[in-house]
Unconditional design. Structure first.
Length: 331
């Protein structure tokens, strides 16, 4: 596997024709992976992926990432198998505990780590054609259950998305990739590698799991405008992610003020409260040179794959083209 990979990710808030157009656009460039999100209440990942797959010739595609507490593991397995039948460059499975599920009436597990382990077992057994049942507390398969659809030729790679130390260790034990979403902080890369290595050591597979880091991305030839717009985008989720990053210390009053302004619909004012240094820890922003520099720092810190997330540019399609033509070749 290439030790330096670049991917691009999309929010699932588009029409069917827009998904197809985006797939055709990114297919012009040499991305290693194309991801879509699975955030509630947007479209679940697999519909957009199935629309995009016929138009993507080389990149691996998959969801980053699906909560098995929102989409059942038997459905994740079935959708993955169908997607694998279309995807010319292969597929991957991205799993995450999920955020804000209770806001949509989705019950979270009492013990998320064992539940995630059970979900992985169910998915992998179905995709390997096994008939042996599982007797987990949250996810079960009767002994006779077997996937009744065509299966992928090999088990798709598994990604686990998390900020937490225990779920990171589980990724080190069971997954192929660990994704930290919403961060471009090299100090967090170092911390996440330490966390996942605990699981790798437990499973005697040290060095097997690649670290992926992705965040809001906004690139434009006009560096000033790109960074200003990125600060406005970052303001909407900074109050959440900054509390997950133990390497960053901010005054609670500043975070509270940003949060209040966003909730009042004053994101422009909220963005002005975000410093340039803070922006660089939670987003990829600026001109193509800025993105290359940020990515190189993360690769040097041990990150295996950089994922440039939505909205990509002041005009999204322009941002994709700049990444594909002026960032990707230099990485």
């Amino acid at each position: 596997m290439n030790t330096r990979q670049v991917s691009v990710a999309f929010q699932t808030d588009k029409s069917s024709t827009e998904y197809v157009a985006l797939a055709k656009l990114v297919n012009q460039y040499d991305f290693d992976v194309i991801s879509v999100y699975c955030d509630a209440p947007f479209h679940p990942s697999y519909g957009p992926l199935l629309l995009m797959a016929p138009h993507i010739e080389h990149a691996r595609i998959g969801p980053a990432a699906v909560s098995p507490f929102r989409i059942h593991p038997i459905d994740i397995a079935a959708n993955t198998a169908l997607l694998a039948d279309l995807a010319k460059g292969g597929v991957y499975i991205g799993l995450t505990r999920g955020a804000w599920l209770t806001e949509y009436g989705i019950k979270e597990p009492y013990r998320p780590l064992p539940a995630m382990r059970e979900a992985i077992t169910v998915i992998r057994k179905l995709l390997s054609g096994e008939t042996a049942g599982t007797l987990g507390s949250d996810f079960k398969l009767a002994g006779h259950v077997r996937a009744p659809y065509p299966l992928p030729e090999e088990q798709p790679p598994l990604l686990i998305g998390t900020w937490g130390p225990k779920m990171s260790a589980l990724a080190g034990e069971l997954a192929d990739e660990l994704k930290l979403g919403g961060s471009s902080n090299p100090a967090m890369a170092t911390l996440m590698l330490t966390r996942l290595q605990q699981g790798e050591i437990k499973a005697n597979r040290l060095g097997s799991v690649g670290l992926v880091m992705g965040a809001v991305t906004l690139v434009d030839e006009d560096r000033r405008l790109a960074r200003l717009a990125a600060k406005q985008s970052l303001a909407m989720y900074l109050p959440v992610v900054v509390n997950l990053d133990p390497t960053v210390n901010l005054e609670p009053e500043l975070i509270q003020r940003i949060d209040v302004l966003v909730k009042q619909g004053r994101k422009d004012e909220a963005g002005y409260l975000i410093s340039d240094d803070l922006l660089d820890l939670f987003a990829f922003a600026g001109d193509p040179d800025d993105l290359v520099q940020q990515a190189e720092i993360l690769f040097d810190a041990g990150v295996r794959r950089i994922e440039f997330g939505t909205p990509h540019g002041l005009i999204p399609e322009t941002g994709i083209r700049l990444i594909g033509e002026k960032v990707l070749p230099r990485l």
